[in-house]
Design a protein around this ligand. Structure first.
Ligand code: IMP
Length: 434
């Protein structure tokens, strides 16, 4: 079978695990193609004795937990090597085999100075800060574009590594010392820090684009899982309040070296309401008790930073946009159960900006900042839906809500999440074969 890309349709944390769980054993490769340890997902795995084991992953692709799957960290990722080996060691200590992991030699590493720069730059920006995760993601992608980045393959040639770190520090130390009043960083300390991982890294490093091409030729199924989400994409998101990589489906092409002609399906995850962490515009945000209700019912606190997430109603303008820029074949609607118990459920269908109606995302950042949502109020439901496993079992108002959202966003909703558990889903169309 084919290459499938899995993306988030909103500002992240939509619950991609619902789709990966469903695809589970039918996948041969799980590829991370963008971002770094700014992502975070909690995977709960049911044990043979019925107990539940919880794993928090930030950098490793979720496929690491599934036997028989080859997890790949592709060229588009930025890797904090300390975090990588901490996660590997943590999993090994719990009996998980991580030896199948493949890492692209073209992926960039996050040197320690970029973690420092991420934090001091945010502090410097003050009220204009982005609200980054502080993991050095932005500065490392900036170095990549500036052609002063350090790649995984550089670690295998210490003299080249030293030269490259030296060239980067010529610029970074100016910034650190003169602008941010921090101490200068020594070349030796960075090189030593990176080289401590080299022998453990060596057997994992591959030409991942070639490996994936061969896998697709063999007929294997390759799942490319985007970090972050559509509106955090550096080109198509709410710039500058975005991450520094391409989180839309096309990011899989550049970030993993898989050509567009080989991608067969694009699955987008959309939550039944909206959340955002960090700064930036958010038209349907609720700053009242309704927002608190969603945060509490949906347990909306960050996996990576623990920050409370900003919450608001579902926004189908964003859903439509995500459909358009990703070329979505199937949506997975998650956390529908969180909306249970509301008299009416507002759905944002358009925006109003200075008296003008926008049915599509406004092109200008200023307009988006001033957008106020136009809502349609749908009747709510009070029945517990977490035990529903078929479409017909859902209460009528709940089905009407799903159909309305589907019609607004313009692509079919194939799967509906009705609870946090693996099996708490309703499958309307198989994600691989229908
Ligand atoms: P950075 O990716 O650390 O540079 O942060 C840039 C923006 O992306 C900030 O608003 C972060 O909160 C947001 N962000 C980064 N990763 C995630 C994620 O996995 N989920 C949700 N938001 C994220």
């Amino acid at each position: 079978m084919p290459a499938i890309v899995l993306v988030g349709a909103q500002w992240g944390d939509e619950g991609k695990g619902k789709a990966t769980d469903l695809l589970g054993s039918r996948i041969d490769y799980v590829v991370k193609f963008n971002g770094g340890n700014n992502a975070g997902h909690t995977v709960v795995i049911e044990q043979p004795d019925g107990s539940r084991e919880k794993y928090a992953l930030h950098l490793l692709p979720s496929g690491i937990l599934t036997e028989g799957v080859t997890p790949v960290i592709a060229n588009g990722v930025v890797i904090d090597l300390g975090v990588l080996f901490e996660e590997i060691d943590g999993l090994n200590a719990r009996g998980i085999d991580t030896s199948r992991l493949q890492i692209s030699g073209n992926a960039h590493v996050i040197p320690s100075y970029n973690r420092v720069l991420d934090k001091v730059t945010e502090r410097f920006l003050g009220s204009r800060k982005i609200g980054t995760t502080g993991r050095g993601i932005g500065p490392t992608y900036a170095d990549k574009m500036n052609r002063i980045g350090i790649r995984v393959q550089d670690l295998f040639d210490p003299s080249i590594l030293r030269q490259k770190v030296g060239a980067a520090l010529d610029v970074k130390n100016e910034l650190l010392v003169k602008m941010y009043n921090r101490r200068a960083v020594e070349v030796d300390e960075v090189v030593e820090d990176l080289l401590q991982y080299v022998e453990r890294l060596r057997p994992m490093v591959v030409d991942s684009s070639l490996e994936l091409s061969k896998a697709l030729d063999r007929g294997d199924t390759v799942l490319c899982e985007a970090g972050q989400a559509t509106l955090l994409d550096v080109d198509h998101g709410t710039y500058p309040y975005v991450t520094s990589s391409n989180a839309i489906s096309a990011g899989a092409c550049t970030g993993a070296g898989i050509p567009p002609t080989r991608i067969d399906r694009v699955i987008a995850i959309i939550k039944a309401y909206t959340t955002r962490v960090g700064e930036g515009p958010f038209p349907t945000e609720l700053l009242d008790d309704k927002g608190e209700f969603l945060r509490k019912q949906g347990a909306e606190f960050g996996t990576t930073t623990g920050r409370p997430r900003r919450c608001g109603w579902v926004d189908t303008v964003i859903g439509r946009y995500a459909n358009r820029v990703n070329g979505v074949t199937d949506f997975v609607l998650t956390k529908l159960d969180v909306l249970t118990g509301l008299e009416t459920v507002p759905v944002c269908v358009a925006y109003e900006v200075d008296g003008e109606r926008f049915d599509e995302m406004p092109m200008s950042q200023s307009d988006f900042h001033h957008a106020t949502p136009v809502y349609e109020e749908l009747p709510g439901w009070f029945e517990d839906i977490s035990h529903c496993r078929t479409w017909e079992e859902l209460p009528e108002n709940c089905r009407a809500y799903v159909e309305f959202v589907e019609q607004q966003i313009g692509a079919r909703i194939s799967v509906i999440g009705v609870g946090p558990g693996r099996d708490e889903v309703i499958v309307r169309h198989d994600l691989l074969h229908d």
